[in-house]
Design a protein around this ligand. Structure first.
Ligand SMILES: [Zn+2]
Length: 139
């Protein structure tokens, strides 16, 4: 989908945690709370609802990466268990905290670019009525 002229890419806006339309205003109003609107261009962020997507992607990505490196390190170097906890637990927690904001901002920017929103059902007003000529029994 084509972007507006002057809009940052969704990845750029996400990594910088900025507004997906202008790339200037801050997206967050705290660590993970999304602001009401962009202070630069006025875009309302009420469309932004990545739900638990950022947490899932961050936990999966950081978990797989850290545990893979941990497994290689544990087998190759056989460090004492206290050293493993001293390195692995901060790596897991720090890795998740460091990447959660940009991943959430990136997903919000993707929602903006692709106009993603919750599905809505539109009634045709013919619920329960068979279409004209429909006869499943062949009578
Ligand atoms: Zn903006």
């Amino acid at each position: 989908m084509a972007r507006d002229i002057g809009s940052p890419s969704s990845l750029s806006a996400g990594l910088r945690c900025r507004c997906p339309r202008c790339g200037e205003g801050h997206l967050f109003q705290g660590f993970l709370k999304i602001a009401d609107a962009c202070e630069a261009c006025g875009l309302k962020f009420d469309f932004a609802d990545p739900a638990d997507g950022p947490a899932f992607f961050v936990m999966s990505g950081v978990g797989i990466l850290v545990v893979a490196i941990w497994a290689i390190w544990a087998v190759a170097a056989q460090p004492p268990i206290w050293a493993q906890f001293l390195v692995v637990v901060p790596a897991l927690v720090g890795g998740c905290l460091a990447t959660l904001r940009p991943v959430k901002a990136w997903l919000v920017a993707e929602q903006y670019v692709h106009k993603a929103e919750e599905g809505r059902w539109a009634s045709t007003g013919a619920h329960g009525k068979a279409p004209e000529g429909y006869n499943p029994r062949g009578w």
